[in-house]
Ligand binder design. Structure first.
Ligand SMILES: [Zn+2]
Length: 251
C-alpha cells in the first residue's frame, strides 16, 4: 500500500502527497507553499504532479513548484489545456502513466461533470478523483450535465469495493447532513456520521474512504437504488441523481 499523506490547504482542501523513499508525487497542488513546506520538512524531492481539473484551488501552485523542481513531471487533462497554466504531459481517457520509481501505473479515467475535462487517476486500490466524488457527496455541476456526472460516478462504481477514494475536499460533515435528510431510511448513515464527527473532533481527515462504504452511505452513488427512487418519486437513476444534485445545491 503506497504511503499517502493529506496536506491541508485553504479552508477545506487536501493536497495528497504519495511518497516512495525520498521521492514525492503530489496531487492538485493549489498552494505551492503548503507543498514546499512539507517537502522540506520531510526531505523529499518532488518528482511528479498529477492534476485532475483546471480550478485554481487545484492548479495554483503548479508554476511555482515547477520553478523550484524543474525535473518534476506535470500531468494534466488534455481537454483543459487552455485553462491549466502548465503541464509536461496532456492526458486522455484510458491513458496509462508508468511510474517505475514509485512502482506504480496509473490509469486515466475521464470523468466529466464538475468540469468537462475532469480526469481521475487510478492505481488499485488508490483513486485520486479530484472534485468528482466526495465522502458522502459529489462535486457541483459547474460545466457538465447531471447525466454526464451520473455516468462518471457509475464508472467509479465499476471499481472494486476496496478502492480507496482520495477526494480533494473535507466536505464530509455537511454532506452527511444532506445525506441523512435525503436518505432517512438508510440505517448505515447515523453510525457513519458519528464516526466522521469523532474524526473531525480529533482534527483527523475523513478521507480516504473505501468505495464499499460510499456505495452504502453516499446518496449520489445510490441513485440507482429502487427504494430511494421510490421515496423521491423518480423513475430512473439519472432522474434521481438530477433531483438529488439540485436539492443539495439548495440545501
Ligand atoms: Zn473544482
Amino acid at each position: 500500500m503506497p504511503d499517502i499523506t493529506a496536506l491541508a490547504a485553504f479552508k477545506d482542501n487536501y493536497i495528497w502527497c504519495l511518497r516512495q523513499a525520498e521521492l514525492a508525487l503530489i496531487v492538485d497542488p493549489g498552494d505551492a507553499a503548503v507543498v514546499q513546506r512539507y517537502l522540506q520538512q520531510q526531505q523529499l524531492q518532488l518528482a511528479v504532479i498529477l492534476i485532475t481539473h483546471h480550478h485554481p484551488d487545484h492548479t495554483g501552485g503548479i508554476n511555482e513548484l515547477k520553478q523550484l523542481w524543474p525535473d518534476a513531471v506535470v500531468y494534466a487533462p488534455a481537454l483543459e489545456q487552455q485553462k491549466i497554466p502548465y503541464a509536461d504531459v496532456w492526458l486522455q481517457d484510458n491513458d496509462r502513466i508508468e511510474l517505475p520509481d514509485f512502482s506504480l501505473t496509473f490509469q486515466v479515467m475521464q470523468l466529466p461533470g464538475h468540469t468537462l475535462g475532469h480526469i481521475a487517476y487510478y492505481s488499485a486500490p488508490v483513486l485520486f478523483c479530484g472534485d468528482t466524488l466526495f465522502n458522502a457527496g459529489c462535486g457541483r455541476l459547474f460545466e457538465g450535465s447531471a447525466a454526464q456526472m451520473w455516468q462518471s460516478l457509475s464508472r467509479i462504481l465499476t471499481l472494486p469495493d476496496q478502492t480507496l477514494v482520495y477526494a480533494t475536499h473535507e466536505y464530509t460533515l455537511a454532506n452527511l447532513e444532506f445525506a441523512r435528510w435525503a436518505d432517512p431510511d438508510n440505517t448505515k448513515l447515523a453510525d457513519y456520521q458519528h464516526w466522521c464527527q469523532q474524526q473531525r473532533e480529533q482534527q483527523q481527515a475523513t478521507l480516504p474512504t473505501p468505495l464499499a462504504v460510499q456505495r452504502q452511505i453516499n446518496p449520489f452513488l445510490r441513485a440507482g437504488d429502487a427504494a430511494l427512487q421510490h421515496r423521491w418519486q423518480q423513475h430512473n437513476a439519472v432522474d434521481l441523481f438530477t433531483a438529488l444534485r439540485s436539492a443539495k445545491d439548495r440545501f
